[in-house]
Design a protein around this ligand. Structure first.
Ligand SMILES: NC(=O)c1ccc[n+]([C@@H]2O[C@H](COP(=O)([O-])OP(=O)(O)OC[C@H]3O[C@@H](n4cnc5c(N)ncnc54)[C@H](OP(=O)(O)O)[C@@H]3O)[C@@H](O)[C@H]2O)c1
Length: 293
């Protein structure tokens, strides 16, 4: 059974392909945009077949998907263009005779246009629908927020030690942060037994609900310095971020996710990930310890 992994040069796809390779799976194909890029070449040196394909170019996908049975489809990272990109991937899957799609979607609650993260979630909602309508067997993995976004939101250790503050308008919102590595491991378990996961949707959460106030407390312990939490109003946050020269696009992204968090979009306790992994997911404090100590 030949499996093609998209996003194979990125964090999630690369972790999936490495787990499969370590298990001795020789029926792997990595989809890469640029076969000459170092991350693609690294895969090639491991003996993994690489095929060129771009989500923007459906013909390249149809060609790359030839003789592939299972597709691990990593959602695109360009929010502005990925709706069309995902439609290309699903259509190319149908035209190439893919038998099973494992799609990395996102967990969410509010699917209305008023949701702060609607521009992000819309692609996932539409893509899930297109996959279901295609008649191809599927497994949808609705990932919660990556633990990796926490350092992305908060910045480097030096910055935090200087400001001594976690400054984000997330209120008392709780999130079941989950490590990308755990998501990859669970994805591999599903790829190895797709017959047990036909037309299922799983919600992959971390095993604890954490607020940013609690994150500040975890950081205080790691640094052995008090780190406070401030949840400003959105307006104050935007003004402060503009005054330090953060680009509007990044401010918009931080505001969207902060509002989503404060409204409980990521507060979910379903334990599908624990069931698939057959162990507890890694907790956020362990991850933050690795990143910040
Ligand atoms: N749940 C969360 O908290 C969270 C956080 C961040 C992202 N995400 C989503 O999860 C996905 C995977 O996360 P990640 O951390 O692995 O992202 P990442 O490291 O940015 O990797 C994205 C991958 O997608 C590939 N890609 C981008 N545009 C493409 C295109 N037009 N055609 C073909 N391949 C394309 C990239 O290839 P190149 O190497 O050629 O760029 C890269 O391999 C992201 O793309 C995003 O949709 C979720």
């Amino acid at each position: 059974m030949k499996i093609l992994i998209t996003g194979a040069t990125g964090g999630l796809g690369n972790a999936v392909i490495k787990f499969l390779h370590q298990e001795g799976n020789h029926n792997l194909v990595a989809l890469v945009r640029d076969p000459e890029a170092e991350n693609a070449q690294k895969l090639s040196r491991l003996g993994i077949e690489i095929r060129q394909g771009d989500y923007n170019d459906k013909a390249s996908l149809v060609k790359a998907f030839t003789d592939i049975e299972v597709l691990y489809f990593v959602s695109g990272n360009d929010i502005a263009t990925r709706l069309q990109q995902h439609q290309n991937v699903v259509e190319a899957s149908s035209e190439s005779g893919i038998k099973h799609i494992v799609y990395t979607s996102a967990g969410r609650k509010n699917e209305t246009k008023n949701a702060p993260l609607f521009p992000v979630m819309r692609t996932h909602i539409d893509t899930e629908n297109w996959i279901k309508e295609s008649g191809i067997n599927y497994t949808i993995l609705q990932h919660n927020l990556y633990a990796e976004v926490v350092p992305m939101f908060l910045g480097e250790k030096e910055q935090l030690l200087e400001s001594k503050v976690v400054y984000l308008p997330t209120g008392e919102g709780k999130t079941a942060f989950v490590l990308r590595e755990d998501l990859a491991e669970a994805g591999v378990k599903i790829l190895n037994t797709t017959e047990n996961h036909i037309n299922k949707t799983y919600v992959f959460n971390g095993n604890e609900l954490v607020t940013f106030e609690e994150i500040a407390a975890i950081l205080s312990q790691i640094f052995d310095e008090p780190i406070n939490y401030i949840s400003p109003s959105i307006q104050e946050f935007e003004t402060t971020m503009q005054s330090v020269g953060l680009p509007n696009e990044i401010i918009g992204m931080l505001v969207g996710f902060s509002l989503g968090i404060s409204q409980g979009e990521f507060e979910d306790t379903k334990n599908d990930l624990e069931v698939i992994l057959e162990r507890k997911p890694t907790n956020l404090a362990t991850f933050l310890q690795q990143v910040y100590s």
